[in-house]
Design a protein around this ligand. Sequence first.
Ligand code: FEO
Length: 410
Amino acid sequence: MQPIIVSEHVTWVGAIDWDLRDFHGFETPRGSTYNAYIVRGADKIALVDTVKTFYVDELLSRISKVVDPAEIDLIVVNHIEPDHNSGLRDVMAACPKARVVATASGAKGVFEYHDGLVIDTVSADDVIDLGGVTLNFLPAPMVHWPDSMFTYCPEDAVLMCNDAYGQHLASAERFADEVGETDALEELRIYYANILMSLGMQIGKALEKVEAAGWKPEIIAPSHGVIWRGETVAKAVDAYRLWGSGKLLDKVVVVFSTMWGSTDTLARAIADAITAEGVDVEVYDLALTPLAHIMRDVLDSRGILIGTPTLHRGMLYRVAGFLQYLGALKAPGRIAASFGSYGWSSGATKEVDDRLTAIGIPVAQDPFTQKFRPTEAELEAARAWGAEFASKVKAAGVEQPAVEGQPAQA
Ligand code: FEO
């Protein structure tokens, strides 16, 4: 694929990772891209962001179709996570005269990751003039790591914001309107839920800083997936504002794992009762559904129900994996409870509740458990238990209309 013109002075020169299927545990069935941009002024040339080590050749090949890499004057490191930064040394070798800049914490991270590599720092006060075209900077800590930064080219109104507004979507098209707005927004949602869900407060602050700086981007060029332009810009910004607000819906995600079908049967009965209470519900068998897809629905759900039978006195391993994944994302503002069947011994639901408490999600009611196959009377009791949880979800919404995110571990 050729480089793609983004605006008068900005050209996409990134790499397409068609094969990516796992991004530190986040299932990525549609791959991803590592976007990088050449910005050309009358006097100087900048490269904003680099790529993963394996994709340096692809990046340099694409850059070479626009400019001689040896002529690049500036490399901007918006974020030091290895998907963007691991190829930095190799890119620098091809751009020997380039000054390299990042935030202060970005420079510290580059020094540590790249065995003593020293680069310069920039802050919100700095403007780099490329000759009639400028680059402005805003630190955006925790969007996605402490070092993260947004770079803005006001002459073209292009915001290069790295992970923010990204999607794990490999495609031949480079713009959201080309892949289809609905598809792009869905991938934006999945990315946000799995990478940024716990960071609503920091994202809100970053968006406020963009406004306070007077930046009015007409093009949002992230470092993953497609670029937002035209009417899709406002759609993406509105989506981030909504998710960043922490507003949750009267909605319950029911996740479960099952051995012989009893916990599955309970999940369906409980879901029916939740629906009957006027609360939206989504049901997922953890053996059949990627966690990334489940988190898409956890994003705006106030309730989470977790079903597991007891195996060796504990929960099934997929349930443990779900709780570990959920704990990393924090999911502030939700309430939860557990259910499941057991045979010769019980104990799984207690283990689930203990884990929920440990990750900071309140357990709203005692577990629902039953032995072997649920009888009709037990299913009726399960329905009543689900209805009780639905009423608590609705009540929690009245008491707590919105919550702010909390910092997560990167
Ligand atoms: Fe795309 Fe936080 O790295």
